[in-house]
Design a protein around this ligand. Structure first.
Ligand SMILES: Cc1cc2nc3c(=O)[nH]c(=O)nc-3n(C[C@H](O)[C@H](O)[C@H](O)COP(=O)(O)OP(=O)(O)OC[C@H]3O[C@@H](n4cnc5c(N)ncnc54)[C@H](O)[C@@H]3O)c2cc1C
Length: 448
């Protein structure tokens, strides 16, 4: 049995390792375009900032470890077409590779808006390891003092932190009216303040129109006519699924242009599975496919695709859209549905904000946590939660408590029954998560 996997990142290697766990005899080959198998692209902002000193520490596992696990890793190898009838894949030099089972884990690429001046030196995207190397080289050699970041999503924000650490003055351009559009603006205000307090400028409700060359420098023109002079531009405006192989394989594309898969990660084409940022993402609450290109989803899907390629029938449980991001000393996290999404699905959502201290205030160091809890007014079912607070105040752990409750379809009130741990320097007898849930219940009961 030869399982061929196209893609050597989170989804592809997760699939390969799962196959190896289940079947020591299967031949497992992984093709990847570049020579960075199983490197954490999520870590690129931290390598660029200098917090992670060595690029190779970004590898989840080294090449030697992967080969030691019995994987045949073929780097610098681009798959060009799939012949599903003859079960072969053609690579860049025309060689045909035969497979018994095929897993497509080709991921995504950075979105590049088609605008004038976008292709000149000094304009970057960040997706592949190669993008990170180019950006790092430019920072080291050109020593720019100013950068414009286009996009206020989590990659734009993480890169704002990274470039700030490198000493650059930043202008961040976001076409919406706040950062991180999946989090309510009342919570992201502290992230905005954190950036502004460091002297960085935020341009909301403006779009990038054109990038002008000014000798060796650049000028970024925005939709309101603002011209920002800079030495570099980072475009952080989203990911586009890499589905170049879908056409020849006969695989349909759907939401967000991603490959259509069912919950077993089957593509509908005999003996071909697909996983990761190249495929649609089943949403556990919406009970339909969305597109959520995240490492958390890619690892899980890869593992399931690997198992099912060996004859399994495991189902992907689905995403909740759980995410966390840190900028300077502030952390923002979210899971589940926003109010409008819940309305669209027929729920009667009620969202309540709540603030409290992260632990008993008689122990120094307590910090303010800000919550927003969304539940269905009629059934009390938890639908989503968002939290911001300082790093060290366990924002992510607390958000994960909500994510866990969401996964198990609990009500907001059920959160009060959870046996959460407590010691005064860390929490309270009622953890802040429970206080926020109680506040939601009081408001709902008072309002009804
Ligand atoms: C800067 C940054 C920060 C991030 N931070 C987070 C985070 O904090 N949390 C989180 O959950 N997610 C994060 N993500 C997203 C996460 O990295 C991706 O969701 C994840 O890497 C997707 O894995 P994947 O295997 O599906 O695809 P990719 O990582 O895109 O890998 C695709 C693989 O396919 C190969 N490939 C593509 N086409 C071909 C071909 N034709 N032939 C051969 N090989 C091919 C590529 O070489 C690569 O090995 C971040 C992403 C970026 C860019």
């Amino acid at each position: 049995m030869h399982v061929l996997i196209i893609g050597g990142s989170d989804a592809g290697i997760s699939a390969a390792l799962r196959i190896r766990e289940l079947d020591a005899a299967a031949e497992v080959s992984v093709l990847l375009k570049d020579h960075y198998p199983y490197y954490s692209i999520c870590g690129l902002p931290f390598w660029i900032s200098g917090e992670t000193a060595n690029l190779h520490h970004l590898a989840h596992r080294s090449l030697a470890e992967l080969e030691g696990a019995g994987l045949n890793i073929q780097a610098n190898t681009t798959a060009e077409t799939v012949d599903a009838r003859n079960k072969t894949v053609a690579i860049q030099n025309g060689t045909q590779i035969a497979y018994d089972r095929l897993i497509l884990a080709t991921g995504a690429r950075a979105r590049r808006p088609r605008l004038a001046g976008i292709d000149q030196p000094g304009v970057f995207t960040l997706r592949w390891m190669g993008d990170g190397l180019q950006l790092q080289h430019y920072l080291n050699v050109r020593q720019p003092r100013h950068a414009v970041i286009v996009g206020g999503g989590y990659i734009g924000i993480e890169m704002a932190d990274a470039l700030h650490r490198r000493g650059l003055e930043l202008a961040l351009v976001e076409h919406r009216d706040s950062l991180l559009h999946t989090i309510h603006p009342s919570l992201t205000a502290r992230l905005q303040e954190a950036l502004q307090q460091q002297g960085h400028r935020l341009h909301f409700q403006k779009r990038l129109v054109e990038i002008h060359g000014e000798g060796t420098a650049l000028a970024v023109e925005l939709s309101d006519g603002t011209l920002i002079h800079t030495e570099m531009v980072l475009l952080a405006v989203g990911a586009v699924p890499s589905t170049e192989l879908a056409g020849s394989a006969g695989i349909s594309v759907g939401v967000g242009g991603a490959m259509v898969v069912d919950r077993q990660l089957r593509t509908g084409i005999d003996r071909i599975w697909a996983a990761g940022d190249g495929v649609e993402t089943y949403h556990r609450l919406l009970q339909r496919n969305t597109y959520q290109p995240l490492g958390t989803n890619a690892h899980k899907q890869g593992r399931i695709a690997g198992e099912n390629a060996l004859g399994g029938s495991r189902q992907y449980a689905g995403t909740l859209g759980s995410q966390v991001v840190k900028v300077f000393d502030q952390v923002a996290a979210r899971t589940g549905l926003r109010s409008q999404e819940a309305v669209d699905e027929g729920w009667e959502p009620m969202s309540e904000g709540f603030c409290c201290q992260s632990h008993k205030s008689y122990v120094p160091g307590a910090e303010t946590l800000q919550f927003r809890v969304t539940g269905d007014r009629r059934s009390g079912r938890l639908l989503g939660a968002q939290i911001t607070g300082p790093a060290g105040a366990e924002v992510a752990k607390r958000l994960d408590t909500f994510a866990n409750a969401l996964y198990h379809q609990q009500t907001v009130e059920d959160i009060n029954d959870l046996d959460l741990c407590y010691t005064p320097p860390i929490s309270s007898p009622w953890d802040p998560v429970q206080m926020a849930a109680q506040h939601w219940c009081r408001q709902r009961d008072g309002a009804s």
